[in-house]
Design a protein around this ligand. Sequence first.
Ligand code: CA
Length: 498
Amino acid sequence: MVRTAVFSDVGQLFRVQSVGRLAILLAAALVLSGLGTSSAVAADQPRPNILFIMADDHAAHAISAYGSRVNKTPHIDRLATEGMRFDRCFVTNSICTPSRAVIMTGKYSHINGVPVFNRFDGSQPHLVKYLQAAGYYTAIVGKWHLGSDPTGFDYWNILPGQGLYYDPVFIEMGVRKKHPGYCTDLIIDFTLKVLEQRPKDKPFFLMCHHKAPHRPWDPAERHAKKWAGVEVPEPPTFHDDYATRSDAAREATMRIDRDLTPRDVKQKPPEGLSPEALKKWKYQRYMQDYLACIDAVDEGVGRLLEWLDRNGLSENTIVIYTSDQGFFLGDHNWYDKRFIYTESLRMPFLVRWPAVVKPGTVNGDIIINADFAPTLLEAAGLNVPGDMQGRSFMPLLRGQRPPDWRTAMYYRYYHYPAHHRVQPHYGLRSLRYTLVYFDKLDQWELFDLEKDPHETKNVYDDPEYADTVKQLKQQLYQLKKELKDEDQFADKPPKDDV
Ligand code: CA
């Protein structure tokens, strides 16, 4: 059986032939020159399946493989033990919908058209379309949150918008239906059903996207009491007073003590608490539910891994666990995300792929969510389209660091004032520094992570850092230019301070 698929969305032509079960990529990128050929998959090897598991707002510091002080995630940890843990995986715009658009396209928000919670234009080329055109069976289950209907998927069963924790409606290929049960468990049930019923003559690309542990943090009934009476340790910056910071930190309305609502904490606080004691109580309530939501996610990962084991698919399936961004777990007295600061910027990223990735390895290089699409295309034996802005980290998966791998990444956030009055900003995160510019305020911050790993001391105006500031700014503007960020989505174009 010979099948030919032609895909010319961006002026590229992929011709894919598959012969029986062994799908072999014979020719690709015939039109555009300058695209390298991929050697990720030897011609006589079956192409790998890809199971992409993504949670929503799951901070790396709530995963025990990342050294969590607050919980244990034994099933997610399996991916670290049997695969690779990335310690510097950063999001380019720390908010749900934009991050998802970056993952789909391999392009920054100002190029893919999704800077805030606006609708994703699904007619543009993206990762899943490329995989589908190359003969992958493509499916997504769970939270989509891109406004438009999914494109490029053979099967989709998604939550409308944010979705609900209990008895949620799902939209299956355009048909809405309410399902009794707990959302995280239903997403795993439906994912397993896709795995069971998929066409067996194709490799699969399956996205399993959880709603959890997104606000409002409603745990499964079996976990509702699990954390009662547990004293969750407070983070080292719980009492941050923002003394050296820009006005942005003071303006943000996502403080544990002041901004968590009765719906968030769900119980009435004990009478007569001092402001300090009330803050501590609210933190405990928040974390108890947040961590209980993660317990169900972790169990679900266990069910998926167990299914792959039982069906002999663990060897040739790339399994990824990540989250659309990080989250503040009381760090700086905050919940939520949005800021460039580490807890919000960092995405957990664990990958197991026995054929390529050495078990139990850790990588400290900077990767970004725009790299996911190029990496997965290369892993599938495809060429990376020249207009993707991310870079394939296949070499890192093999344990080889290219000498010119990035040492800094560019970040930009737009969504203001909703929902938490986090000022728009752009900046740079390098191996050692965080440099950030709040363009509406015209205020800067610089953090030296070597001396100040928790980013509490802004040294932007410290004369000792004058040369560093100058150097980092050059690097920032260079990246901004290379990435074609021409302030397409800024209210008022900021003046670059060269
Ligand atoms: Ca999110």
